[in-house]
Design a protein around this ligand. Sequence first.
Ligand code: PBG
Length: 314
Amino acid sequence: MVRETNLRVEDLIYPLFVMEGEGKQEEVASMPGCYRYTLDLLLKEVEEADNLGLGAIALFPLIPYHQKDNAGTESYHPNGLIPRAVRAIKQAVPDLVVITDVALDPYSSEGHDGIVRDGKILNDETVAVLVKQALIQAEAGADFVAPSDMMDGRIGAIRQALDAAGWIDVGILAYSAKYASAYYGPFRDALDSAPKFGDKKTYQMDAANATEAIKEVALDIAEGADIVMVKPALAYLDIICRLKHHVNVPIAAYNVSGEYAMIKAAGERGWIDEKKVILETLTSIKRAGADLILTYFAKEVALMLQILQARSTP
Ligand code: PBG
């Protein structure tokens, strides 16, 4: 009765990895319980997510190396893996919210979120490609496009292009305060997308900065973001909390791959009570001020919440 924070299934967004092929699912070595699915098996997972009442799914592609190049050309192929996946999902479960990732890294031979020249990321040239990628995703039926690249000016450019093409109802979930984080390691294993040189510190944020997050978020909202995101979540709960007092749009937080892997690893060894730690962790993210949580635990938590609910209703 006096509880201040409640986890709800509809606040959870389930990130999913999709790959080419048929009838296969491969467990990500550093993310036990998470798989890359071929499209046919992905649909089953998505139907389960829908039946559990999860808020949305977020899609990420594993792109074969021969389709990668420096300009991320495959990212805006009209019949690429992601547009095909979105169309299939929208046909199978039309009401489930589908969020697509806008960034070049899964498609980049350099493993970077932008086009590289002489060891530098070309901001504006990259934005032009991101716009094409977002348009293809909208056309395929994505409800939200989610730029995770951290280029400057991309939210405004994407909003303008979507509106001009008539996709006025497609929302933008902006990865606004995205930190250059070592917690993304397992995700890069999943997609084989680790940077081939250097790091992402010229476009993602420094872990030491908080005021900058407020600036990044303000820019994205001014440019048209409908939801802003803080990523990772746990080492940045203070950022979520500060933003809560500054913004008038929903805040999402990404409980990232490294955070998932740590809980799984300790749980497997019996060093922590995994289920309790998951609920406590996600509750802390909501308590900090997040409205929505992207988490690889989404399905597990939905099941736990169902059981808890059943227990409390006589
Ligand atoms: C890249 C992207 C990353 C994640 C989501 N989109 C990794 C990165 O920036 O290198 C990480 C998610 C996770 O670790 O769970 N556009």
